[in-house]
Design a protein around this ligand. Sequence first.
Ligand code: F6P
Length: 554
Amino acid sequence: MAHFLNPVDITALPAWPALHAQRQAMQHFNLREAFASDAQRFERYSLESCGLFLDYSKNLIDEQSLALLLQLAEQAGLSQAIGALFEGAEVNASERRPALHTALRRPVGQPLYLQGKDLMPQVHQVLQQMTELVARIHNGLWRGYSEQAITDVVNIGIGGSFLGPQLVSEALQPFNQKGVHCHYLANIDGSEFREVTAQLNAATTLFIVSSKSFSTLETLKNAEAARAWYFAQGGSESGLHRHFVAVTSHPQAAIDFGMRAENIFPLWDWVGGRYSLWSAIGLPIALTIGMSNFKELLAGAYCMDQHFLQAPLARNMPVLLALLGLWYGSFWGAQSHAILPYDYYLRNFTDHLQQLDMESNGKSVRQDGSPLHTPSGPVIWGGVGCNGQHAYHQLLHQGTPLIPADFIVPVVSHQPLADHHQWLYANCLSQSQALMHGKTLAEAAAELRAQGLDEQDVQRLAPHKVIPGNRPSNTLILERVSPRRLGALIALYEHKVYAQSVLWGINAFDQWGVELGKQLGRQVYQHLQGQDSGQPLDASTAGLVSFFRNRHRG
Ligand code: F6P
């Protein structure tokens, strides 16, 4: 589609200079005053969709800035680009592919044609294949080499073949169906392998080798180690296929590894790794929560898909989050964005968003190869509250950088305990309040005087107690962490990332930057082994290789 091959340059759109002027006009914009002068601010800047409530009133926006941001989106063709994503346009121009993760959550009876072929029968066929595997394992019908039922599943995969499944299967632990335990092996680190397998019995363990490409070094090395471990534990050659299944778009490589064709779950090149948890890559999720809950997860994401497609831009949650991110990155100098879930079950959410956002939008050329002249994706960081409050929130409150934050919290806890959840919820709200409200010098001094300090100490201490405030945040509230709500939440961020990529004109679906590290990793490995890679090393890397070779034992 021409739009993706010739992206518009947002800096050349009429709304861009107007936004610059607006930013200047807002030099002294103050959130405290904005709330004081507008009793409707919360109602004006909040909305609900798919069981998610978004309060974006604590942002550095007014009617004019929001109107200009929306004009920018219209001028950039965002509405058309949203439709194009769902229709299978080649949004991944460098690899000449569509990105059709939305097809994975499309209900039965809604065909989707790509090059004249309806994709949906294969999507639902794989869901059926998953249903059968999950049922056989849950009902104890899938037996290992010694005829024992499977009790443990190890997902071997990395990046998108790990982070999404781990996030969801652990977040939805309260929906655990049949007590099958899922474990994850991602890194190429013997310690991780030993610690994970130490808890396992080969006779009752199933390994899922999850790799779209079936060529990822970490995954293949772990799969080989798992196969060796299986044999060392007494597993039989004839029983190997009962302990290894694969999810991949390269089935022959999995067959060569020792899997049976019927135990290979297909994946398609129109699904990006970091968008793949909705496919058979989500098998560990389905094994944890059961297929009907997995379908609820898909339904939640589908609801957000429909919202993204149909809601006007001004009431479109992913679009609003995208525009706010662009506003801070391009006009307020923000370079990072904190994701702060206040829920134990969402503890891996930030990790998943790091790959989703940074691997997608960590780009500096546009779809047509021309340089991007505005900042693209920010650093995504954060973690579970309240732990962060006692670690890095200090920087959010009093550090020099402006760091927008998303607070995410459920109303209902799965594990109510005394008044813990009321305290957790209160902390979440009070953090965004503190970021917005801050504390002036006069307020700090008055507080110290009220505590009875003498004037000299008041003057000495007050500047340290000033909290600048005026720091922006969004608050996202879920009724509780359920399959449906979580599906909607993850899809919300997927679409935010896509909307931003359209505004910047970049490709959210390739990741060429990862490749150089892979190439050089192979060369350095050869040097560590004392082999000539044919490529001379720089002095630093050569020195570090020598250090290893001189000291390494075993
Ligand atoms: O990190 C690069 C990457 O290609 C990710 O995009 C992907 O999720 C991950 O590696 C794993 O890839 P695969 O599923 O092909 O093993």
